[in-house]
Design a protein. Sequence first.
Length: 97
Amino acid sequence: MTRKLNDDATMDRIMRETPAAIRVILQHGMLCVGCPIASFHTVSDAAREHDLEEDQLRRDLEAAIDAGDGTSSLPRGPRQSRAVDAARPRRPFGVRS
């Protein structure tokens, strides 16, 4: 089942919570990684800025989220509280299951 991205999910949040999405972003020729605007741009904003087909970008990002390890909270709705975020187990950077 494909999970849908929230319309208000920023590119920065997508990359932080679903690192597999970074590959999709780079494959589309986007330079969101390290961009100071990524924390403000939604998928719609980024697609428009990079002259990309928004629906295709969304499908590709959603596929990356679905293929990930299931820890992404993006499709579930508004941001959870900091306490819930802090309690969620995190894997060290670069460690794969």
